[in-house]
Design a protein around this ligand. Structure first.
Ligand SMILES: O=C(O)c1cccc(C(=O)CC[C@H]2O[C@@H](n3cnc4c(=O)[nH]cnc43)[C@H](O)[C@@H]2O)c1
Length: 216
């Protein structure tokens, strides 16, 4: 296989990498790399991988929080765009994204055709998913008030995680198409770590990865 036929999948922790590996099976088409937690680690790790190899697609995959009424635990959210929802400034009128400051954009569009194809194939396999904005944050949301502010800032946002925008920034730098998927482990809102259903989310991630092989 030509080297640039390969696909790079980046996760934040080993448990996510293992779930994806179980799903995609024994194939050389995919490199699955753990790049750490947070946007900075994701950007650095993804850029390092892209500098050392040739890939036709980057996928950031892992577990994430789901916004109420949008994505339930155990379902999947595929990003229509990645939004760095805490990249900006506080003003007297509230938080504004970096876009309004004139220093670039907090939004990166994903490869929409691929996101849509993956969602369609998941649906055919009886797996619930939606395509919607995913917010990238530095601090996991822990109150209903912050969850509500994020929903206002990014209408239609369905999931929250900590790496998408960073990995997307690296992919953009290397002119490589990018998508993000999150398997929902918890609700975005008041923090209760005991309520996180990590096992369910990892099973959903594995199932989504199995379908991915037919999509890309
Ligand atoms: O403890 C474990 O077994 C375990 C297995 C897989 C993943 C984890 C993590 O804690 C991964 C951290 C990762 O999770 C994302 N995440 C999940 N829920 C949220 C959320 O509500 N808000 C923001 N991020 C969330 C995040 O991308 C972290 O990188 C543990």
């Amino acid at each position: 296989m030509a080297v640039n036929e390969r696909i790079l999948i980046v996760t934040s922790v080993e448990a996510e990498r293992e779930a994806i590996r179980r799903g995609i099976g024994d194939t050389e088409r995919f490199e699955v790399a753990v790049v750490g937690v947070g946007s900075a680690s994701a950007a650095a790790g993804t850029a390092a991988a892209l500098a050392n190899g040739s890939y036709r697609l980057v996928i950031n995959a892992g577990i994430g929080g789901g916004f109420a009424g949008q994505a339930d635990i155990g379902t999947l959210v595929i990003a229509s765009e990645c939004v760095a929802a805490d990249l900006g400034a506080e003003t007297a009128d509230g938080f504004v994204l970096i876009d309004e400051l004139g220093f670039g954009s907090a939004r990166i569009q994903t490869e929409s055709q691929l996101s849509d194809s993956w969602q369609m194939k998941l649906g055919q396999a009886g797996i619930t998913s939606i395509v919607a904005p995913i917010v990238t944050v530095t601090t996991v949301t822990g109150t209903a008030s912050t969850a509500s502010k994020l929903e206002t800032l990014v209408p239609g946002a369905a999931a929250e995680a900590m790496e998408g925008f960073g990995a997307a920034t690296a992919a953009k730098l290397f002119a490589t198409p990018f998508i993000e998927i999150r398997a929902i482990s918890n609700a975005v809102g008041p923090r209760n770590r005991e309520d996180w259903r990590i096992k369910d989310a990892l099973m959903a991630l594995e199932a989504a990865s199995k379908v991915l092989v037919e999509v890309v």
